[in-house]
Design a binder for this molecule. Structure first.
Ligand code: PSV
Ligand code: MN
Length: 388
């Protein structure tokens, strides 16, 4: 049976990175519902992220998105984060919100647009130098809508060329994380549609290139935990963009729709060394809170990842191995189900209390009165949101 002290130590050591854009206004292409108290600057986004960390104790890193989080002085932003017990995490590039990118960015048929997009990616590495961030997270909206629109292989060549230039610019401690998405915004072909394409490019680039698994970026029924296990075995799992989906890339709270899937993913992570610091797997959230209050929703998401991780750590790996070796299908499955069906909330409450935290972070945030305070204070200026 797993040792409870070791399980607690692993949970206390887990780090979950929250996205700056999760604190801003967001919505669908139909409507963005603005919320009172939403940050107006990247600094205020960090103030909100600091609350999530203060109440959960495991969320000290914040991912930035450029240009949404563009500031004059990135070192000052990093210092501001540090004063609040935070660190700046992955720098996300954005080559999808400019008129020039209508036909793509790094895969665009026009060399001028490709140059502009690669320059943006290089700017992101400059920002990493200033903030101390070690991860460059790349997602490309590139693809085509119609058969014959562009040369599929030509686009792969352009992608490889762009990635190679960015890879060559990385410092010793920096890495490139390549995210995939099977469709959207392109509908016919996508230039990095799946983990295999990302993996192939990362393999060619070298050890500082790894794959990011966004849990919302797969066709229904895809076995995500298999992908995770495969990439871990190859040392190519750079991290996660956690969220939950029903139909497409819905960016809902991770673990909200299918906590069993999240458990299965975390089981592969825990079993294959993915929680060890040396593996450097980034556990990032990539979510948008369109109709629910944002800060408590991020707190809830962090707790959902913790709960899935706790259950994964409770899997009796010796019993699992014995049952697998004996070919006892039902017993092996029962070992996993026993762990999944364990109520880990008392364990996590106990752990938080041992760390001097409130046992229920969502309730503690609500009772702090901060939401009412920021709603009253953050008036005027422009609320942050998509595109800002
Ligand atoms: C794309 O859908 C994505 O998952 C990428 O990670 C983006 O950078 C992110 O969403 C933010 O919108
Ligand atoms: Mn993502």
């Amino acid at each position: 049976m797993p040792d409870i002290a070791a399980v607690k130590a692993a949970l206390a050591g887990q780090r979950i990175e929250t996205p700056s854009w999760g604190y801003g206004n967001s919505g669908t292409r139909f409507k963005v519902f603005a919320q009172a108290g939403v940050p107006r600057t990247p600094f205020e986004k960090l103030d909100d992220a600091a609350q999530v960390h203060a109440f959960t104790g495991v969320a000290p890193k914040v991912s930035l998105h450029i240009p949404w989080d563009r500031v004059e002085d990135y070192a000052a932003l990093a210092a501001y984060a540090k004063e609040r017990g935070l660190e700046l995490g992955a720098i996300n590039s954005n080559t999808f919100q400019d008129d020039d990118y209508k036909l793509g960015s790094v895969c665009h048929p026009d060399a001028k647009v490709r140059r502009k997009s690669v320059d943006h990616l290089l700017e992101c590495v400059d920002i990493m130098d200033a903030t101390g961030s070690t991860d460059l997270k790349l997602w490309f909206a590139d693809g085509t809508n119609y058969p014959g629109q562009d040369d599929v292989v030509g686009r792969q060549d352009r992608l490889a060329e762009a990635l190679a230039e960015v890879y060559a610019r990385l410092g010793d401690e920096q890495r490139l994380l390549l995210e995939y998405k099977f469709f959207e915004p392109a509908f016919y072909t996508t230039d990095v549609p799946d983990w295999g394409t990302s993996y192939a490019h990362c393999l060619k680039l070298g050890p500082k290139a790894q794959v990011v698994v966004d849990t919302g970026h797969h066709a229904p029924g895809t076995n995500i935990e298999f992908i995770v296990a495969f990439l871990l075995r190859e040392g190519k799992l750079g991290g996660f963009d956690f969220n939950s989906r029903f139909y497409a890339d819905d960016d809902l709270m991770v673990g909200s729709a299918d906590p069993f899937q999240l458990f299965r993913i975390m089981h592969e992570v825990a079993k294959n060394g993915g929680l060890d610091a040396a593996m450097n797997v980034a556990f990032m959230l990539d979510q948008c809170h369109n109709i629910e209050a944002k800060i408590p929703a991020v707190i809830r998401s962090v707790m959902n990842v913790q709960e899935a991780t706790a259950k994964a750590l409770l899997v009796d790996l010796d019993a699992l191995r014995d049952a697998q070796r004996a070919g006892d299908v039902l017993a092996a499955n029962a070992v996993l189900m026993d762990a999944y069906n364990t109520d880990v909330r008392p364990l996590l409450r106990e752990l938080r209390q041992e760390q001097g935290l409130a046992p229920d972070p969502v309730a503690a945030y609500r009772d702090s009165g901060r939401q009412e305070r920021i709603a009253a204070e953050r008036v005027g200026g422009e609320q942050a949101g998509w595109g800002a």
